[in-house]
Structures are given as C-alpha cells and as structure tokens.
Design a protein around this ligand. Sequence first.
Ligand code: GLN
Length: 484
Amino acid sequence: MKSDAITRPIAELAEDVRSGKLKAAELVQACLDRIEATKQYHAVLEINPQALERAHEIDRRAGQGRSDGRLLGVPFIAKDNFLTRHTHTTAASAMLKPFRAPYQATVIDKLEAEGAVMIAKANLDAFAHGSSTENSDFGPTKNPWDKTKVPGGSSGGSAAAVALAQCSFALGTDTGSSIRLPASFCGVVGVKPTYGLVSRYGVIAMGSSFDVVGPLARTVEDAALVLDVMAGRDPLDATTIERDAQTYELTDQKSNVKGLKVGVIKEYLAEGVDPEVKAAIEAQIDSLAAAGAKVSEVSLPSVGLGLACYYILVPAEISSNLARYDGVKYGHSAPAAKTLAETYDLSRNQGFGAEAKRRILTGTYVLSSGYYDAYYKQAQKVRTLLTREFKAAFERFDVLVAPNAPTVAFPLGQKAQDPLAMYLCDVMQVAVNLAGACALSLPIGLAHGLPVGLQLIGPQRGERTLLKAGAAVEGMVGRLEVAV
Ligand code: GLN
C-alpha cells in the first residue's frame, strides 16, 4: 500500500474498513513501514506490539459485518505521556524509562471503542517541559521539513509523525503551547480544546489547571472528528465539563467566513515577529477580510504579562505534580541508595533532567513562605485579569487571530542551552491556557521555506465556531504537504 492511503480523510478510511474495501491490517502495516522508513526523524519512541493483531481482529469482524466505529481501523500515535496498556509510558524521561502503566487513559479507551488502532508512542520533551522536543531524555525529534530544525514541542514527536504520514492522527497535550507550536512548526493542524473538555485521566500531569488533551491531524475536518470522539464528561476526571450536545464534526462541508467577527490581537503583531512570518499572517488576515469576515484590531493589554505569569504558575504546579516521583512508588529508583533520604535524593537526581529540576526549584521557590505573595499570588491575579480581557474580547468577536510563534522552526541546538530563549517561543500561546480558552493552529503557508501556522482562538466552549472558522481558512489556503 502506498503511503498516500494513510493521508486520506479519516472518515473515508473508517468507511472503507467497515465495507471491507480497505483492510485495517494493511493500513496499519503501511504506517509501520512508514515509521521504519522515516525513523531518522525519531518521532516515535516505541511501537505497540499489539497493533497489527488488533487490526486483523477488526478485519475479521468487519468480514462478518460485526465491526463498526467512526474510526474503524484508523491508525494513530499517542504522545508518550498518555498511559497505554501494551507499551511503556515514559514521558520521555529517564525517571519513567522502565514504567508500564497499570491502566489506560480514558481518551485511548474512547478512541479504541470507535475502532482506532494505537500503533506507537511519540517522542516529547521530558514531562512535556519544552518547546523543541530537545528536552527528551531519548534524543530529539527532527523537523520533517528540514532535519536540521526542531519540530517544536513539547508534542514534537506527534506533530512530526503526522507530517511524515506515519499515522492518520496523533494525540498531544497542551499546557502552554505544546499542541499548537509543533503543529505550526511541522505544518499540520493542532487543536487545543477548552480546559476540561477532554478527559485527562491517565495522562501524566504537568500543570493541572492548564493541561488539556487534543488532536494533531492533517486537516481541521479530521481533527474535529477525533475531538468529537474524545470530548465530554469523564467520571474519572472531576475537572471535565459537559460537551456540546451537537457534534464537533464539520457536517456543513462548505464552511465560510462571511460575517465572522475576527479580532486581530494587536499586541502579538506589534514587534519581535519575524518579518516573513508577519507578512504571511497579515496576508491571511487580508484574505479573511476579502472573503467577507468582519476583521478589526483588538487589544488585550495584559497579554504581555502572560509569559511571566505562566512561568510562575506552571512550575508551581509542576513542583507539586512531580513530587510523586520519589524512587519508591514507581519509576527510577537509585540502586546505590542506602537510606530513604538517599533514595529520594539519588533517584530524583538521576531520573530528572535539567529542565524538570529547574522547574521544581522555581516552583517550590514561588510557593515558599515569603515569596508566595510576591510571585504566586500576583501571578494568580494576572491570570484573572487575562481571563477577563479574553472574555471581554469575545463579547465583540467570534474568534481572535494571532501568529503561533514569532518565528518558524529554528535550528536544533540553537536554544537548547538557553532556557529563557526557549520559554520565549511560547509568548503568543500561553495566555490562551491561562484563560482556559480554546485555540487551533493551522498551516497557512511558508516563510524561509518552513511552515507558518495561523493561531485561531475561541472562547471557552467555542470549539464549534472555532473549527468551522479553521475549516474555512483551510479551504482558502489548501494543504501543506512535505515531501520526505
Ligand atoms: N513550552 C511550554 C513549556 O515548556 C509548554 C509546554 C506544554 O504545553 N506542555 O512549559
């Protein structure tokens, strides 16, 4: 089977598997071959050894007319911070290298219940801390458009896997940027849902008041279908919210932007944006207006504080979430430790990389007595302020637009030793997570020969309008395909 079968719309693939026109086993095998043929990009950490068998079972049942499901036989790859039954779950950290989860994430169960086949686990920045996938303890992923560039992070493996046609879609998590940034650097679609819309049960926690699960896919239509399967209340995750009664799927094929109220976030186009990236974004904004959208500028005066606020609150939550890795319960345990205190010390010292340690230290610092009021509490106030500013903007606009990042994918190694430069990549995305809003990134063209993503932002629970707007833009620009 040629790899272009993999890149067909997900709904069509599922329909063909159901009717027997296409064998799930062939589709899965084509993806596994593709993973092997493009392994130099290091998008994948581990193959699911059960994937082919599951695909054969789907085919057997389809032959008897007993297979159904909206994702029947559709191969996907999960970021390696989702707990999965038949593989390790490492979060790309030495701390969890030997770890096998005793249960599986709700979203994986939901996707499998619709017939999807999880074929592999994707690389990421260890514990999802990062913007380039270079913080993986197992080596970086490379950008499918240019092997010398980063794929973005932290879901860099997931985004690269989709761009490389190793799967039909992939799962990522987004705490501050981690779905949208790699989607934009790799030229694929990434959706960051409203906080709470998708269950995080069985997903390794980073910043619990920020983390969301979302799809990376080739088209907005594919991403919408996957989101529809995943969204909704989960009794095992008390932070989940009610989903919309209506589908998130794009049933109306001809989405257009006529009358759509679009706010261009002024602060994100003001300065520091690469001129070619800026030109691509502005050209797209002009075409939106030409196609009938009501476009005007909007100011969110506090977004400039977003990054500082994020890098106080998220490390605070990280320092609490990573406390469970103590060398006793699971994960790495230092063999040389002689006392309990040594077990804690050595296991953490050996298991955590530099970035996790940096965040644990920052987090405990901003939470400590004497500094709590000066940092943590102030940052919480800024978070409230930002949430209000977004809310006010959405009283006037259906969606907001911005770049995803000031640049396109940068060279591997360029920022790896400079944490502040790395943090700055997230400057246009973290405010969305602070406000719990929804957003997506979709490719709109190239700058310096590399993909540029447009960021569309919607209010909390605004996914249906957001996805429609995304599909309309996609219809205007077409798809970006990388030749590998
Ligand atoms: N790059 C951001 C960080 O390092 C976001 C990570 C994420 O969304 N998981 O915190």
